[in-house]
Design a protein. Structure first.
Length: 138
């Protein structure tokens, strides 16, 4: 049998009409970072819901891709100098990953669409597979 801490504000102690009031808001966020290779390019997709593109920073250094962003929203409703409702929303993310192959740094591109940032980078010519001819030795 589990021991449960007593909470006087549990739903069984409150009248039914309080059910939706005083309940804490619940935020669900599914993080995702996908890395894949297609047509001699490496693609990185990351979830950035609700973050404007001017609040996102993408950097690449020594094989490490770094995507960061932060956005704050504040809302306040007053009624005769008494705050009735106050809401602050802070959304932030910080993705850091190694890319699986060397890339052409001068051609990296990043776009945001529907809450997903996509970074595409062509694979560097020196990292592409090379065919080595086989000769017989005499």
């Amino acid at each position: 049998m589990a021991i449960i801490r007593f909470n006087p504000f549990r739903s069984w102690m409150r009248p039914w009409f309080w059910e939706d009031e005083f309940e804490p808001a619940e935020l669900t966020l599914t993080e995702g970072l996908n890395i894949y290779e297609q047509d001699n390019k490496i693609f990185v997709e990351a979830s950035v819901p609700g973050i404007p593109e001017d609040k996102i920073e993408v950097t690449y250094e020594d094989g490490v891709l770094h995507i960061i962003g932060r956005h704050e929203e504040k809302e306040e409703k007053k009624k005769k100098d008494k705050i009735i409702h106050k809401m602050e929303r802070v959304a932030s993310f910080d993705y850091t990953t190694y890319l699986p192959r060397p890339i052409d740094v001068k051609k990296i591109q990043a776009t945001v669409k529907n809450g997903v940032i996509t970074v595409s980078a062509p694979i560097a010519p020196e990292a592409k597979p090379k065919r080595i001819p086989v000769v017989s030795s005499k």
